[in-house]
Write a protein that binds this ligand. Structure first.
Ligand code: HEC
Length: 237
């Protein structure tokens, strides 16, 4: 029987549609993978690492340095109860059970009562406790050089300056624990040190000032943010 020309036409039309359909399927993923390469990087998180895990160097070590490794407590000279909490190696020697915060002495003492609670002069903030818990539960890794997405063009007090102070400075500079008689726990107090030049002098390790934070240096990007905020009049924004 002779094929109807109408049928054969609609068949080739169908074949054409199939071609277009599959053609677009093949190209789509290619295009979208190109698109995603052009997307800006995800916004920075407090945790810093691209996989969302906690960065030891920028989020955890500064808490230990400013709240535990202080003179008379857990610095390398005082070694209270045998704990030196000034570096990854020393922190890992005692009191951390990798992957298990609830079984780690260094975590549990944050919640102890009376004089057993650490630090003795005032509890860590909930955010700091949470960060330490997460870091231990993730395996207490020595993560360094993390891309924390610091943007030197941002420098408001609430979003940028206050968190830098809280992580790196307030442990040694708050009422009840006033290193050098300097308070950095409120906007007004930080503004005072901004106005008299000591804040920038100390964090840039300028001559004539005591270098801060004790035992380290802020990231260049953080120093730029603080300098810009001070130049803008250290506003409470
Ligand atoms: C481990 C504790 C500790 C940490 C952390 C710390 N400081 Fe200090 N800071 C001190 C002590 C103690 C002094 C007094 C030092 C002295 O007089 O020799 C001091 C002094 C200062 C001074 C006075 C400097 C001067 O030359 O007069 C400033 C300003 C200061 N700190 C700011 C900061 C800032 C900003 C940070 C965080 C980036 C910080 N500190 C972190 C303990 C600390």
């Amino acid at each position: 029987m002779k094929k109807s020309p109408v049928l054969s036409n609609s068949r080739s039309l169908f074949a054409l549609w199939i071609l277009i359909f599959f053609g677009s399927c093949v190209h789509e993923p290619f295009l979208s993978s190109l698109d995603s390469n052009n997307e800006p990087p995800p916004p920075p998180t407090d945790d810093c690492l691209s996989d969302g895990s906690v960065c030891f160097e920028s989020s955890i070590l500064p808490i230990f340095l400013s709240s535990c490794a202080r003179s008379g407590c857990h610095d390398s000279k005082s070694k209270k109860d045998g704990y030196v909490l000034d570096s990854y190696t020393n922190i890992m020697k005692k009191g951390i059970s990798k992957g298990n915060a609830n079984n780690s002495k260094l975590y549990k003492v944050l919640f102890a009562t009376g004089s057993d609670r650490m630090p003795p002069d005032g509890p860590l903030s909930q955010a700091q406790k949470d960060a330490i818990k997460l870091w231990i539960n993730e395996g207490a890794k020595n993560t360094t050089d993390c891309n924390c997405g610091c943007d030197p063009s941002l420098f408001t007090y609430a979003a940028i300056i206050q968190p830098i102070m809280a992580t790196n400075c307030v442990g040694c500079h708050k009422p009840g624990s006033l290193g050098g008689n300097i308070d950095l726990s409120t906007h007004k107090a930080v503004q005072t040190q901004a106005a008299n030049g000591k804040l920038v002098g100390s964090i840039t390790h300028a001559q004539g000032f005591v270098a801060m934070p004790q035992g380290g240096k802020l990231q260049d990007c953080e120093i730029t943010q603080i300098k810009s905020w001070v130049s803008a009049g250290a506003p409470n924004n």
